[in-house]
Design a protein around this ligand. Sequence first.
Ligand SMILES: Cc1ncc(COP(=O)(O)O)c(C=O)c1O
Length: 384
Amino acid sequence: MSDQHSHQSFETRAIHAGNTADPLTGAVVPPIYQVSTYKQDGVGGLRGGYEYSRSANPTRTALEENLAALEGGRRGLAFASGLAAEDCLLRTLLAPGDHVVIPNDAYGGTFRLFAKVVQRWGVDFSVANTSDVEAVRAAVNDRTKLIWVETPSNPLLGITDIEAIAGVARQAGVKLVVDNTFASPYLQQPLALGADVVVHSLTKYMGGHSDVVGGALVTADEALGEELAYHQNAMGAVAGPFDSWIVLRGIKTLAVRMDRHSENAEKIVEMLTQHPKVTQVLYPGLPEHPGHEIAAKQMRSFGGMISFRVEGGEEAAVEVCNRARLFTLGESLGGVESLIEHPGRMTHASVAGSALEVPADLVRLSVGIENVDDLLADLRQALG
Ligand SMILES: Cc1ncc(COP(=O)(O)O)c(C=O)c1O
């Protein structure tokens, strides 16, 4: 984060960091520099440092500066998707023979990346319950290079104590990576709690409108940021100018959206916990959630994601998803519109049969920012 923004509050940084007025016209919003290459004033004479848009593009730079400022990091990097960001990170930090510790609850695509792609290149992993600090410590061995944490986790809403795991990582001399997609930097700041790298699917709360796919890495450290920037260019899965612009636009309302997502979710949780067809509600805001106290310590509020289990098993859960009307049946999350899905058959189908398999009677909600009474009415009718 540049010194210019370090004293500003989150909401102000969300709107202003990286968003300097266009030097040519004064446009208050950074233009979409839809361009691949830049005219040089004589060989090597670059205007403003830009030479080719895979290496750097002014609209992407605006987003990357904004991301660093929001996470309180030194360097932000924007990618074509969350998984492209993860791939770049893993292939920068790891080499054949290395080992990583991954959570027993995580986005299915992240697990697939480890199990089906990275492992083939000679990197092995141990699956640990990252909510249990001692289980993580026990999973680290002398080949471990990084610990991966997702909190709150997808789809079981597990909570990991970032500060405690950062202590384990520091002691072992390994890096701590936190996927901050579910919380967003408005609700949770992993770098301030000791993480080395934050990962985002910008597709979710950061973009916030279900209209773009993107990913990001933010580093606490300049040197690691440089190394990742080198690999970002060398590997090439960068965010395009339009995608960067639309995420930057979404981020301006992140704080107000997240407040409403959390408020609506809390009211829906209240209804679900009293509903006779619901056997369990998974939400870190519930006092009985095993991670409640840690979530209350490290998050501003508990966010817009809820999972719950229904009486009657898999078919009943699928039926609830099929009956919803205002909640759109679909994958993804974090948009202004509410979504419902069945993780076992949809987002987490790729972890079936693994240590990350999810319960068959689970339904996941991404609570949007519509009027909560309309959302409650739809869920009541979907539950039957
Ligand atoms: C927590 C989490 N991390 C990473 C990803 C991957 O991001 P993307 O779909 O943008 O590649 C997702 C996608 O659902 C996610 O939910």
